[in-house]
Design a protein. Structure first.
Length: 704
């Protein structure tokens, strides 16, 4: 990344790039991801072709301070296999990142167009070796890439391979410093290492090695393992299942191909996909593996991959037009359904809402391969579903009806909450009708869907509108950064959390049979890298429906509703430390007392406890009361535990500041476990209270 504070940078050739948007002429759109649109562009002062990546700041979590910090770090990055930014600056609500133009786009894009079953082994070896060199370099510099995937491996016409997306765009969705937020949930589920998916376990550069192994499979198959499943299922499969491998796929044709391959490829992948991160090799060590020792130079094996293909922008355009035309024939889904999908997606993947038990419940509703032979077909089509901006704006809401899914739905009708989420995730799949493939043949008779005049016009208008929004807002000067930063924070706090409960209620009315076509799709733009879009840590997308129908209800944080009166109080308590229950939890933050309160479920009748003690009361009346009491007791215990934990933390801080009070011991109760057994909770609670009493006596502080 260039000197963002000054706005310009000298590249290796000592060429300076200005931070003035009028110096760049945006040409064709050559790609887009979840966060950005990438254009081929001309840098007018030197007439040089560059790529300009326009990142939408409205859709990111980080403020510009974070981005600037990351950009400064990026300025130190200098390796032939890591794509570097020449400079970057803010234009309206976009961050423009100027970088070298990689004329053949990403490996993912190339596979979608011409290699839907993956590349041949020689090309894979070369691409992976160059990528591994980039990782080795980054790891030596103390960085973790965290988004290694085919969609981020870019190719140049002469076969040069560069790893992209390290830095600003990744930082933008990290809600802060990447190294400090290594327990947050950021990345792409299919490519994410088990330790990354497990909250609290922490991870290191070995997470990239796992992603690298997944990428190897992606390049070999044309898609990442588990990509046909919805995100929640992917999370669980990654954590619980045996690691995927080269022979995991049941595709006969592919197996045959692999069996003829050098076994060292298979072995290398297996080394990367070891669940214990400590047992994975470093990038440096992996580079010495025989698979890479024998890898051909990329100009020999990679260059020929795109020898007969039309220019990148024509491929992208053709695919966009084709998909747009297909989509135009479809009935548009209601905005409401899309909003439900988005909200529930976010609910499912947000860092503060990570609930493994919940995920298990959801995943149990998704059938495995054995149950769903039809999934493969759909997945194959999904792979060919070339992402285009127009298409993916809507794909999130398409679903597929199939009889198996309907049966599944009927069987699980009682489990509404989980089913709603499952359905919602599956709605992101592709409509079965949108399955026509576009393949550019490698024999030179490549096909190219031509744009009609009106279509061309619309594209041009669009590009112009992007251009017309440019302003001379200049480089990321600290002053600019700070100003923008505060407004950015404001925007983020507006959109970051969601009114989920009302939406799920609507979802139950709009229930559809689930489809199982769901490789990870993102709201709004599921990207040209649609199989490889990252999960955002916490929101990042503006809600389509801003439901304030509940009195004072501002947002749902995880399972907790937050009322308008107590927003500030809520911010003070780390919600991640509060054990979560069901979505319909009666837990609320009280405005008046600034403490957590209960809203007990309405009971069938209003008997007093005396009346209920009467032995004549029928069991049918007692049972709901008992259930309610049990729930309240249990929640109260959780709350007390949480408050005590907070108290301990505060005391620990006090103690370290004034040296008067020894910090209380932190036990297993501090781990935030959601599913602690009731009896264990009671023991822990009693211990806590005993400790507190002892401490209170010691310090003469009366907490109770
Ligand atoms: N320098 C470049 N030259 C040519 N094409 C590029 C360049 N950078 C990106 N692209 C194309 O644009 C696509 C999207 O870019 P990129 O992956 O950086 O966006 P993103 O929003 O960060 O995506 P995601 O979040 O899904 O990884 C790439 O997959 C690639 O096809």
């Amino acid at each position: 990344m260039g000197r963002m504070g000054l706005g310009s940078h000298h590249n290796q050739n000592q060429r300076t790039y200005s931070a003035n948007s009028s110096d760049y002429k945006l040409l064709e759109e050559v790609g887009y991801g979840a966060s950005a649109t990438v254009y081929r562009a001309i840098y007018l002062p030197s007439n040089e072709v560059v790529a300009v990546k326009c990142l939408d700041l409205d859709r990111c979590n980080s403020n510009l301070d974070d981005i600037r910090r990351e950009a400064q770090t990026m300025s130190l990055i200098d390796h032939p296999n890591v794509i570097r930014a020449y400079c970057s600056f803010v234009v309206d609500s976009n961050l423009w990142v100027v970088m070298p133009f990689m004329a053949e786009g990403s490996c993912l894009h190339l596979m979608k167009i011409a290699y839907q079953d993956g590349f041949e082994e020689a090309a894979i070896g070369s691409i992976l070796k160059e990528t591994l060199k980039a990782l080795d370099y980054l790891h030596r510099q103390g960085h973790i890439h965290r988004d290694v995937k085919a969609g981020n491996i870019l190719l140049d016409t002469n076969g040069v391979v560069k790893l992209a997306d390290f830095g600003v765009s990744a930082c933008m969705f990290d809600a802060g410093d990447r190294r400090r937020s290594r327990n947050t949930f950021v990345g792409t589920p299919c490519w994410m290492a088990p330790e990354v998916l497990q909250p609290g376990s922490g991870y290191n550069s070995k997470a990239d090695i796992w992603s690298f192994g997944i990428t190897a499979l992606e390049l070999a198959h044309g898609h990442a393992p588990f990509s046909k499943y919805p995100p929640m299922k992917v999370l669980l499969m990654t954590i619980q299942n045996a690691p995927p491998g080269l022979d995991y796929d049941r595709d006969k044709k592919f197996s045959k191909r692999i069996s003829s391959c050098d076994q060292s490829f298979k072995e290398m992948v297996a080394m990367c996909l070891v669940k214990d991160q400590a047992k994975r090799p470093t990038a440096e060590k992996l580079l010495k593996h025989s698979f890479f020792k024998h890898a051909k130079p990329p100009e020999l094996s990679v260059k020929k991959l795109f020898a007969d293909l039309p220019p990148l922008w024509n491929r992208v355009k053709a695919l966009q037009l084709k998909d747009a035309a297909q989509l135009a024939l479809k009935k548009m889904p209601s905005a409401e359904q899309e909003a439900i999908s988005q909200s529930e997606y976010k609910r499912g993947v947000s860092a503060w809402n990570f609930d493994i038990e919940d995920l298990k419940a959801q995943a149990s509703l998704v059938r495995d391969d054995d149950d769903m032979p039809e999934v493969r077909d759909e997945d194959e089509n999904m792979k060919s579903y070339v992402g285009d901006k127009v298409a993916t704006d809507f794909q999130f809401s398409f679903g597929k009806s199939n009889s198996a899914a309907e049966v599944s739905q009927t069987e699980n009708r009682g489990q509404n909450d989980q089913l709603q989420l499952s359905e919602s995730l599956n709605k992101k799949g592709k409509s079965p009708e949108i399955q026509e493939k576009i393949v550019f043949k490698k024999n030179g008779s490549s096909t190219e869907a031509m744009a009609s005049t009106s279509e061309k016009d619309s594209i041009l208008t669009k590009a112009k509108s992007v251009k017309s929004r440019q302003s001379q807002s200049g480089p990321l000067m600290p002053g600019v950064v700070l100003t923008h930063s505060s407004s950015e924070r404001g925007r983020n706090s507006d959109r970051c959390e969601n009114d989920i409960q009302p939406l799920t209620e609507k979802a139950s009315q709009l229930r559809r049979p689930p489809s199982f076509s769901g490789p990870l799709m993102l709201p709004n733009r599921a990207s040209a890298n649609s199989l490889s879009a990252p999960i955002k840590s916490s929101g990042g997308y503006r809600d389509s429906i801003d439901d304030k129908s509940k009195p004072n209800l501002v947002q749902i944080k995880g399972r907790f509703s937050v009322t308008s009166e107590n927003l500030d109080l809520v911010k003070d308590i780390p919600l991640s430390t509060v054990p979560r229950r069901s979505q319909g939890s009666p837990l609320r933050k009280s405005a008046s007392v600034g403490d957590w309160m209960f809203e007990p479920k309405p009971l069938p009748t209003c008997q007093s406890s005396k009346e209920l003690s009467n032995s004549n009361v029928p069991a049918s009346l007692l049972v709901p009361h008992l259930q309610n009491l049990f729930q309240q007791t249990s929640l109260q215990q959780d709350l007390i535990m949480n408050l005590l934990n907070n108290l301990q933390l505060a005391e620990a801080v006090d103690a370290s500041q004034n040296g008067k009070l020894p910090p209380l011991p932190r036990g297993a109760e501090n781990n935030g476990s959601v599913e602690t057994a009731a009896s264990e909770r009671e023991c822990l609670l009693l211990n806590k209270i005993s400790e507190l009493h002892a401490r209170s006596a010691f310090s003469n502080l009366n907490y109770f």
